[in-house]
Every structure is written in structure tokens, then in C-alpha cells.
Design a protein around this ligand. Structure first.
Ligand code: MG
Length: 137
């Protein structure tokens, strides 16, 4: 099926973009695997511990915003600690790449499929500008 010309946020769905990103995801996965293999850490990476580590790193993202009460404080810490946020997001991404690799999941394909599922769950005509869950649209 040929895709319509993509604009705005929908441009992320263009097959061309996914093709380029697949290659980049593979390259990044190879770097992460090389880092792990050099240290002989695969022996510690069962699926449960990779999932645990992924969530722990995600909480480190959240920790940066802990105790910030208003929007100005939230925006301020995001700006002041941008490098810390980048590091923690990279940690989450690292465990995501490792888990996908070890489980034989094509992450680019999984993301593409998930976006298509979300498009079906959240049609633009119902979801645009709404914070409701798809079950409440
Ligand atoms: Mg971390």
C-alpha cells in the first residue's frame, strides 16, 4: 500500500525514514553489544534483569523531576540538567536495545507496528487535543 504524502508529525511514519533508522538502530545495537561483550556481561543479562534495569533507568529520569511542583520548576530543571536527562534516556535506550536484541525483536518494526496500533486506537478526529484514554474517546 502506497503511503500518502506525509506532513507534520505523520512524516515520522514515512517508510524512507524507517529504512534509514533501521540501519542506525542496528549500528547502535552493535556498539552496545560490543561494550557488553568486552566486559563479559551477557551472563548477567537475563530478560528479567534487563527489564528491571530498563525500569530503574527510567526512574532515574523521573528522579530528576522529583519535588519540582510547578511548571516553571519542571521546565527549569529540564534545562539545567539536560545532560543528566540525556544520560538517563541513553541508559533506558541502551537496555531497550539489549532486550530487543536478546529477544529477537526488530525494534524499528515493533515501533512502526505500535504507531499503527496507536493510530487505530487514537484516530485524529477523536483524539486531537484530548488527554482521554482511547477507551474514553
Ligand atoms: Mg542511569
Amino acid at each position: 500500500m502506497k503511503r500518502a504524502q506525509a506532513h507534520g508529525p505523520d512524516r515520522l511514519l514515512a517508510d524512507k525514514d524507517f529504512g534509514e533508522n533501521v540501519s542506525e538502530i542496528k549500528q547502535l545495537t552493535e556498539k552496545v553489544l560490543a561494550f557488553r561483550d568486552e566486559r563479559d556481561w551477557k551472563q548477567f543479562h537475563n530478560s528479567k534483569d534487563l527489564a528491571l534495569s530498563l525500569v530503574l533507568e527510567a526512574t532515574e529520569v523521573l528522579e530528576i523531576f522529583q519535588w519540582k511542583q510547578d511548571q516553571a520548576a519542571i521546565d527549569g530543571v529540564a534545562l539545567e540538567r539536560k545532560q543528566d536527562l540525556a544520560d538517563e534516556l541513553a541508559d533506558v535506550f541502551c537496555y531497550t536495545l539489549l532486550m530487543a536484541n536478546d529477544l529477537g525483536i526488530d525494534l524499528a518494526e515493533a515501533l512502526k507496528t505500535k504507531i499503527e496500533k496507536n493510530n487505530a486506537k487514537y484516530p485524529v478526529d477523536k483524539a486531537k487535543g484530548s488527554d482521554k484514554k482511547y477507551t474514553e474517546l
